[in-house]
Design a protein around this ligand. Structure first.
Ligand code: ADP
Ligand code: F6P
Length: 323
C-alpha cells in the first residue's frame, strides 16, 4: 500500500480542513494511506505525524483553521532541516507529500522536490498571491468576512458623517483590498501595487464629502507602504490642515478565521482530490490550483519563480464606481 503525508503550512486559511478530508478519503478510495503532519514544517522536521482515517476526518469539512496546526518555521529554510524532514518521511515509509499552503510553503515544497522527494502542492492562502491558481483556498471566506465588516462600518460612518480607514490583510499583494473596495463600495483603495500617499488620501476622502457623500472609506493592504499606521500618523500630525478626523479599523486575524464558505469547501475538496490523483498517476513537483474554472497543475518551479499579476483595470473600475 502506498503512503502519503499531508502538511498544512504558513498562514491558516478557511478550507484547509476540507482539503485534508478530501486527501484522506480520496486516498483511501485509491488504497493510499494518509498521514497528517502536525504544526507545519516544524512537525516535518520533528517527524510528528498522525494516521488519518476516513472516520477520523469526520466533522472537519465545516471547520475553519487547520486541525493539523501550522507554524512559520525559519529553520525549515535550511537544507539541513529539509534533509531531516525527508529522513523522517522515509522512516515512516511515506512516498509522497502534499503541501497545503501559500507561496512560502510552496517554496519549501519545491526545495524538498529538488532534494528528490515527490511533493504535490495545494494552493491555499487568503492573500491569493500564489502563481498557478486564479483563486486559492480561503480567499472567498476572508473576502466575505471583510465585506461584512465594511458593511457594518458603513452604517456607523454614515450616521456620524465620518471618514474611515479599513486595513485588510494581503501582505505585498493587494487582491483582498481591491476586491473589498469593489464589493464594499470604498472611495479609495491603497495597495503595494498602487500606493497613494497620505496627503492624497486626505484629499480624496474630502472630495467624497464635496460630492455630497455622508461618509468616506479607504481600504488599505497591511503590507502597503502607506498602511493604516502611516496614514493615521499623517492625519494626527496634520489634523488642522486636513480638517476632519479619520477613524481606523484594522480587521486583523478575524479575516483568517471562521467556517469556510461553500465555495472554499468545494474548491478545497476538488484541489485535495486532484492532488491525490496526480500522486496516484505518478506525478509530482506540481502545484494543484484552479485556472479558468478548472483544476490545473503548474510546475512548482514556475510557481516559485513567477509573480501573479493583479488586473490594473480594476482600480479604474473601483474609482469610477466610487463616484
Ligand atoms: P505562506 O505559505 O502562507 O506564504 P510563509 O511565507 O510564512 O506562509 O511560509 C510558510 C513556511 O514555508 C515558512 O515558515 C518556511 O518554513 C517555509 N518557507 C518559506 N520560504 C521558504 C524558502 N524560500 N525555502 C524553503 N522554505 C520556505
Ligand atoms: O499570509 C497570510 C497573512 O494573513 C497575511 O495576509 C498577513 O499579512 C500575515 O499572514 C499575518 O501573519 P501572522 O498571522 O503571522 O501575523
Amino acid at each position: 500500500m502506498r503512503r502519503l503525508a499531508v502538511v498544512t503550512s504558513g498562514g491558516d486559511a478557511p478550507g484547509m480542513n476540507a482539503a485534508v478530508r478530501a486527501i484522506t478519503r480520496v486516498g483511501a478510495e485509491a488504497d493510499i494511506e494518509v498521514y497528517g503532519v502536525r504544526d507545519g514544517y516544524k512537525g516535518l522536521i520533528e517527524g510528528d505525524m498522525i494516521h488519518l482515517t476516513e472516520r477520523g476526518v469526520s466533522g472537519i469539512l465545516q471547520l475553519g483553521g487547520t486541525i493539523l496546526g501550522t507554524v512559520r518555521s525559519e529553520e525549515f529554510k535550511t537544507a539541513e532541516a529539509q534533509h531531516r524532514a525527508i529522513e523522517n518521511l522515509k522512516k515512516n515509509f511515506i512516498d509522497g507529500l502534499v503541501v497545503i499552503g501559500g507561496d512560502g510553503s510552496q517554496k519549501g515544497a519545491f526545495a524538498l522536490f529538488k532534494h528528490g522527494f515527490p511533493v504535490v502542492g495545494v494552493a491555499s492562502t487568503i492573500d491569493n498571491d500564489l502563481y498557478g491558481s486564479d483563486i486559492t483556498i480561503g480567499v472567498d471566506t476572508a473576502l466575505n468576512t471583510i465585506v461584512e465588516s465594511i458593511d457594518k462600518i458603513r452604517t456607523t460612518a454614515e450616521s456620524h458623517e465620518r471618514a474611515f480607514l479599513i486595513e485588510v490583510m494581503g501582505r505585498k499583494y493587494g487582491y483582498l483590498a481591491l476586491m473589498a473596495g469593489l464589493a464594499g463600495g470604498a472611495e479609495l483603495v491603497v495597495t503595494p501595487e498602487f500606493e497613494v500617499d497620505p496627503a492624497t488620501v486626505a484629499d480624496e476622502l474630502l472630495s467624497a464629502y464635496e460630492r455630497g457623500k455622508r461618509y468616506a472609506m479607504v481600504v488599505v493592504t497591511d503590507g502597503a507602504k502607506n498602511n493604516a499606521e502611516t496614514i493615521a500618523k499623517y492625519f494626527k500630525e496634520h489634523g488642522e490642515k486636513v480638517g476632519y478626523e479619520l477613524r481606523v479599523t484594522i480587521l486583523g486575524h478575524v479575516q483568517r478565521g471562521g467556517a469556510p464558505s461553500a465555495f472554499d469547501r468545494i474548491l478545497a475538496s476538488r484541489l485535495g482530490a486532484a492532488a491525490v490523483q496526480l500522486f496516484k498517476d505518478g506525478g509530482s513537483g506540481m502545484l494543484t490550483g484552479w485556472i479558468n474554472g478548472k483544476v490545473a497543475y503548474t510546475p512548482l518551479e514556475e510557481v516559485v519563480t513567477n509573480k501573479k499579476a493583479l488586473d490594473i483595470n480594476l482600480w479604474r473600475l473601483a474609482e469610477i464606481l466610487s463616484r
